[in-house]
Design a protein around this ligand. Structure first.
Ligand code: 8X3
Length: 248
């Protein structure tokens, strides 16, 4: 199996790479931080074959170029994990920074589209493939101060459904994964390095880990051929809804 993971240098992407390496999948690890990609290549090449690609999912030319020029033996991608994505800022709509909005719409929506467009036609030609889109509970429940992030993830939800409608007939599975509160670099990025504000998000309860989400991705991609895990929502046990968390 060949799996391509975007946003592989940290968090859920990295944990998924680790879980896939355990399964002996061959890994195409994509990210923007070359030093981290090098580190991952060194770490995983003891276990399996690894290829790293440095591109920004928001740049369509970079995405096309990287995927079009894959060495022949890496071209038949079986699994695409559209994991790259971020939250930038958290503020009432009227105070939102359009530069933050661009980051979220470009990364979470356009980036997913560009990478998928580069990979999916090959899956259609081979009549096999599995796309795993990382959405969020925020794609199902809009919350205050998060309109644009929630909108970007609602778009991922719609794209997962739309892709499944168009691609099932070509033998391709589409899985939408919607995590709740996962402790990764997510909140540090959302709050632009404000460690105090980021830590507060996970205070007083046990959040999900990136490994918890990787486990569900493994569950989806290892399901029998006749089973599609279409949509999985995963919350921390103390989390009743996106912003309803029981803290001690
Ligand atoms: C991240 C989860 O609940 O912070 O997508 O929106 S949440």
């Amino acid at each position: 199996m060949i799996a391509l993971i975007t946003g592989a240098t940290s968090g859920i992407g990295r944990a998924t790479a680790e879980a896939f390496a355990e399964l002996d999948y061959h890994l195409i690890l994509c990210g923007r931080r070359q030093d981290r990609l090098d580190e991952l290549e060194e770490q995983f090449s003891e276990q399996t074959s690894v290829l790293t690609l440095n591109f920004d999912v928001r740049n369509r030319d970079e995405v096309d170029q990287a995927i079009r020029t894959l060495p022949t033996e890496w071209q038949a991608i079986d699994i695409l994990v559209n994991n790259a994505g971020n939250a930038h800022g958290m503020a009432p709509f009227q105070d939102g920074d359009p530069a933050d909005w661009d980051q979220m719409i470009d990364g979470n929506v356009q980036g997913l589209l560009y990478v998928s467009k580069a990979v999916v036609p090959g899956m259609v030609a081979r009549k096999r493939g599995h796309i795993v889109n990382l959405s969020s509970i925020a794609g199902k429940q809009t919350y205050a101060n998060g309109a644009v992030y929630c909108a970007s993830k609602a778009a991922v939800e719609a794209l997962s459904t739309g892709m499944r409608l168009d691609l099932t007939q070509h033998g391709i599975k589409v899985t939408n994964i919607a995590p709740g509160a996962v402790e990764t670099e997510f909140s540090m990025v959302r709050f632009k390095g404000d460690a105090g504000r980021a830590a507060k998000v996970y205070e007083g309860f046990t959040p999900l880990t990136a490994d918890d989400i990787a486990d569900t991705i493994v569950y989806a991609v290892t399901a029998p051929a006749h089973v599609t895990i279409a949509d999985l929502t995963i919350l921390a046990s103390a989390q009743a809804a996106a912003t309803t968390i029981v803290r001690k």
